[in-house]
Design a binder for this molecule. Sequence first.
Ligand code: FES
Length: 152
Amino acid sequence: MRADDRLSIGDLADRTGLSVSAIRFYETKGLVASVRNSGGQRRFLRADVRRLSFVLIAQQLGFSIDQIRRQLSRLPEGRTPTKQDWTRISHAFRRELDERIEALTGLRDKLDGCIGCGCLSLRKCTLYNPQDRARRRGTGPRYLLGDRPEAG
Ligand code: FES
């Protein structure tokens, strides 16, 4: 690959709409990698435009940097990913999205049940949490995340 086939960080910023500092941040997090030219300047693959676009979309969908890095680790490093490479990552990403949709749908349905109900039933209510007992299960809204309230 010729050196001028690669993009400067400014060109990559122009192509993706990201700031140069955001690209540097993603580089420190291992989401994109550059090589240095003879002048010591960062150079990126043209394929990194797509890679960073994927990062932006995944972040908008609520994926963490670590989760995105895990997805991107399925792509080859140092060469332009093929259609097959992107298909593989797309299938894995879709599975994660399906799981999220299922979890969100369940959460929405539980909330629908409680809004306007007000019973705070110890046996079935996902909001009721006397003496903060749910804390023993971990952090966050435990009953909404799927833990069952204890009797008593
Ligand atoms: S308030 Fe009735 S089930 Fe939650």
